[in-house]
Design a protein around this ligand. Structure first.
Ligand code: PHE
Length: 445
């Protein structure tokens, strides 16, 4: 269906793994996971989270990759081809979610560029004077600046998607992901060797079983979905560029492993440093863009550590943004017969424009039913579209396309996947029930 003949493919299995890990590893890992863990019982939460990733997350990701590889099409086209009827709606919701998530993800991605630069131009001085919060507030209230950096970030995203699968996404992820791991290790070494780092590690990871409640489990489920990029056809789209020889389950395990490892390691940068300098290990956006600059400002070589850290966040956000744009672009390429260049540019531009209200809402002047536009967009995508998408994807494999899924995951019977039946069973029962519960809980506006 694609207008340039042969469908593009990943050059190697590791290329696919790094691209998919690039999608999964993002702001969700570096910014959200550490503070959610800190708030939800530390080590005990980690145990719950890891169990959920490898039981439910793994199963849904495997389902997505199998669907995509069988159909060799984008999220909408895949459902149309494998089953048709109303199932295409699941793909549609995914494309819509990609559009919406990238609109505000691009805004936050832009902040990381701004912060890489500011690390050398005054952020450290402000941090040392206890004014990192003012810097952040001043920046986000200047919508023109925020949109300028958002535009830079979106241009970088379009640049990569425009180049295609092998020459674009795979090539850049093969450079960026190893760079991300190296920067992460350097920052951990720095953080853990600070005086007083041990208290941060203790706060972060010491299990506090009393904090494990029903809500914790829900927080872990929601976090796992967002962090693994599930429920919106991202892994369907990436799976559609896989050749028929690759064994999918081992690739999916490795993607889940890398994503979880980076999430855990990010906390080992943030908490030891915050505790070593006696900075309140606050939560949310504040932790990354306010607390950390003041921590870095107290270290010798502050600008270097600060800019390295924001470079890390930038890389993580960029490789996720690429996958979000690819979901949307692939739809227009396969279904509307657009060229890749046109799809990347036009959709990138449209998403950028949709992001402007999010950027503006940071001034506090643009609310929808009491929420900033950015938070409302995040709510719609993360709490409604992703869980619903994940629910239907699990049901699709568990009940509708089960024989096809068995064939696809076993490479037409040539590969023995030893937990095949357990996987189908999770898709049939545990995953849909668990997701339905998060969905219900997540509806609280
Ligand atoms: N997984 C990304 C993160 O952790 C976000 C994302 C969600 C990317 C859905 C693609 C699809 O930041």
């Amino acid at each position: 269906m694609s207008n340039n003949g042969e469908r593009e493919q990943w050059g190697s299995k590791i290329g696919f793994i790094l691209a998919a890990a690039g999608s999964a590893i993002g702001l969700g890992n570096i910014w959200r996971f550490p503070y959610i863990t800190g708030q939800n019982g530390g080590g005990a939460f980690v145990v719950v989270y890891v169990a959920i990733v490898f039981i439910i997350g793994f199963s849904v990701m495997l389902a997505e990759v199998a669907i995509g590889r069988r159909a060799q099409l984008n999220a909408v086209g895949s459902f149309k081809k494998l089953k048709g009827g109303a199932w295409a709606i699941v793909g549609w919701m995914g494309v819509a979610a990609g559009f919406i998530i990238l609109s505000y993800y691009g805004v936050i991605g832009g902040w990381t560029i701004k912060y890489i630069i500011s690390s050398w131009t005054g952020l450290m001085e402000a941090g040392a004077a206890g004014k990192a919060g003012d810097v952040f507030g001043g920046f986000v209230s200047n919508t023109f600046q925020v949109v300028f950096y958002q535009a830079l970030f979106m241009l970088a995203t379009i640049w990569v998607v425009y180049r295609g699968i092998g020459e674009g996404i795979e090539k850049y992820c093969k450079i960026l992901m190893p760079a991300l791991f190296v920067i992460l290790l350097i920052l951990i070494a720095r953080s853990l060797t600070l005086d007083g780092a041990g208290k941060g590690v203790e706060f972060y990871l010491k299990p506090d079983l009393s904090k494990i409640t029903g809500d914790t489990v829900l927080a872990a489920l929601g976090q796992a979905f967002f962090s693994l990029s599930l429920g919106m056809g991202c892994m369907i789209t990436y799976g559609s560029y896989l050749n028929k020889e690759t064994t999918i389950p081992s690739a999916v395990v490795q993607i889940c492993f890398l994503d979880t490892m980076v999430a855990l390691l990010a906390g080992l940068v943030i908490f030891p440093a915050a505790f070593a300098f006696g900075v309140e290990a606050g939560a949310g956006a504040g932790l990354t863009f306010v607390t950390l600059p003041s921590v870095f400002s107290k270290m010798p070589g502050g600008p270097l550590w600060s800019s390295l850290f924001f470079l890390l966040v930038f890389i993580a956000a960029l490789t996720s943004a690429i996958s979000l744009l690819e979901v949307v672009a692939a739809y227009f390429i396969d279904e509307m017969n657009w060229g890749r260049q046109k799809a990347a540019w036009l959709m990138g531009l449209a998403i950028f424009l949709l992001g402007i209200p999010s950027a503006y809402s940071l001034t506090g002047n643009f609310k929808i039913a009491g929420k900033d536009f950015l938070d409302a967009a995040d709510f719609l995508a993360s709490n409604i579209l992703l869980p619903l998408g994940g629910l239907f994807i699990a049901l699709f494999v568990g009940w509708i396309w089960t024989e096809g899924a068995r064939k696809e995951v076993s490479n037409d019977g040539t590969y023995h996947f030893n937990i095949m039946e357990a996987w189908i069973w999770v898709c049939r029962t545990i995953a849909p029930i668990a997701i339905a519960i998060i969905f219900w809980q997540g509806l609280r506006w």
